[in-house]
Design a protein around this ligand. Structure first.
Ligand code: BG6
Length: 491
């Protein structure tokens, strides 16, 4: 069996809103993530606002929308876990040294747009924000770690959301590309690998998490917003290649593996349609430079009339990505006849698979699904691929002596690394792997702290208490050996 290529990029992944904290420091403006409360596996996160009369209100993440005339706002008495997150803002030197101790070759992180442009519409960037990320990138480089930088991981400046309705407005394309141009130029020579939008297909996946009437009412808006992001992504790819032809720019897709629940042809077709709508719609545009043929059917079924200009189409055509990256956590089953037993997943829903076991948060554990996804991407696009998120969210216990035994995490990661090795053997051009949440951080779907993915434990709880001290889990040393042996030693 083929091993991992000698220059394989081993590392871990994070996002600024889940990791960084320092939400009011260094001239940073608030983002939409700063008005999201904490939830749990059973109760949703809420977005908070003040209505036109200034009265406080909130709606559940996938169960409502902002009332007319209301503005998102931070409210007294609410708890917002992303404000301080795990305080990478003040711990980055220590954190990077710990990651270097595992032998990291690459560290995935996102830039917070509103650290660079606090409102989002300024013409001049915030020097303190630029300086923060420069220091982080220099620190990474001093340890021989390659930064992999996501330009957008959901950190829309709140000012733009409140004033122009965020991505509903075409103006966002110009604001985003001004920000992208600024950071691509500023960090030339420090950063080589870039991702435009994290899990861009989430935009439409969220529709499936809403009550059907709300989803139907949101469809037009959602596909139009996604179109604006696709154009912004394509313009960013073009800009990146103009600024530095050696930049490598990737798309980033939440890869939802959908198995037909039975061999009934109707189930197979239902899974195919879901794949097209949820998994491939964005990647097809970002890799091939045009909407796929099946997009017409999706728009018709959803009652969507997409507004796209000739210039948009030209930008999509010219702004195709250099590589394909994706997150993979679990798979689901799809059947034409409705859901018998629902399964959860990374912003996805489906049916439970009787052949698989499930995590504490109800996500299927399916390493074969990763091999399946890697092969599917390889044969669909023939591009180099990177797995930029994968991992197990689980509760950890700190023993009286301070040790943290996480064999469940090691077992999950081991089986997925084995699946990558099989995919390499299948001929997939896989060049890197960044395990999600290498440092414990705030869960995106639930806002919890106790849903932990890290090799490094952070002393912080769901109420925001704790010292923020970092501790190595057993998986820290295990991953160090995996990297040192270039994936050969998984014991
Ligand atoms: C992906 C995101 O959705 O999955 C991350 O890109 C997120 O931001 C990760 O944290 C894991 O999901 P969760 O909900 O367990 O944090």
């Amino acid at each position: 069996m083929k091993g991992f290529p000698s220059n394989f990029l081993w590392g871990g992944a994070t996002s600024s809103s889940q990791l960084e904290g320092g939400w009011q420091e260094g001239g940073r403006g608030p983002t939409i993530q700063d008005v999201a409360t904490a939830g749990s596996n059973d109760s949703p996160r809420y977005f908070t606002y003040r209505d036109a009369q200034g009265r406080p209100g909130r709606y559940p993440q996938f169960g409502g929308t902002l009332p007319d005339g209301a503005q998102y706002a931070v409210l007294p008495g609410e708890y917002y876990p992303n404000h301080d997150a795990v305080d990478f803002y003040h711990h980055y030197r220590e954190d990077i040294a710990l990651l270097a101790g595992m032998g990291f070759k690459v560290f995935r992180m996102s830039i917070c747009w509103s650290r660079i442009f606090p409102r989002g519409d300024e013409t001049e960037p915030n020097p303190e924000g630029l300086d923060f990320y420069r220091r982080v990138f220099e620190e990474l480089r001093s340890h021989g770690i390659e930064p992999l930088v996501t330009l957008w991981h959901g950190e829309d400046p709140l000012y733009l959301v409140n004033t122009i309705g965020g991505w509903r407005s075409r103006e966002m394309i110009d604001h985003f590309t001004r920000y992208a141009r600024t950071v691509l130029t500023a960090y030339r020579g420090l950063v080589k690998y870039w991702l435009t939008f994290n899990e861009l297909n989430n935009t439409v996946m969220f529709l499936d998490l809403m009550p059907p009437e709300l989803a139907a009412a949101q469809a037009q808006d959602t596909y139009q917003q996604l179109h604006h992001k696709l154009v912004a992504s394509a313009r960013t790819v073009q800009l990146a290649h103009q600024i530095d032809p050696s930049f490598q720019v990737g798309c980033m897709i939440a890869y939802a593996v959908n198995y037909p629940r039975t061999c009934a042809p109707q189930d197979v077709l239902a899974a195919m349609e879901k794949d097209q709508r949820i998994t491939h719609y964005c990647g097809d545009v970002q890799v091939r430079g045009r909407y796929p043929a099946y997009a017409g059917r999706i728009w018709r079924q959803a009652g969507v009339r997409l507004e796209a200009t000739d210039q948009d189409r030209e930008d999509l055509r010219r702004g195709t990505v250099d590589f394909y990256s994706f997150s993979y956590y679990s798979s689901a089953c799809i059947s034409a006849g409705g859901v018998r037993e629902a399964s959860k997943g990374n912003f996805t829903i489906g049916e439970k698979n009787p052949c698989l076991s499930y995590s504490e948060w109800g996500w299927a554990m399916d390493p074969d699904g990763l091999r399946f996804a890697l092969n599917a991407v390889c044969s669909r696009y023939g591009l180099p691929v990177m797995v930029v998120e994968n991992g197990l969210g689980a509760q950890d216990t700190v023993e009286p002596d301070g040790s943290i035994h996480d064999p469940y995490r090691i077992a999950y990661l081991r089986s997925h690394i084995q699946a990558m090795r099989q995919a390499l053997d299948d001929g997939v051009d896989l060049f890197g792997y960044t395990a999600w949440g290498c440092i414990d951080e705030i869960s995106a779907s639930t806002g919890e702290m106790k849903k932990r993915y890290g090799f490094l434990y952070v002393d912080r709880d769901d109420a925001g208490r704790g010292t923020m001290a970092r501790r190595k889990k057993d998986s820290y040393d295990w991953y160090r050996r995996v990297i040192a042996s270039n994936g050969a030693d998984l014991s």
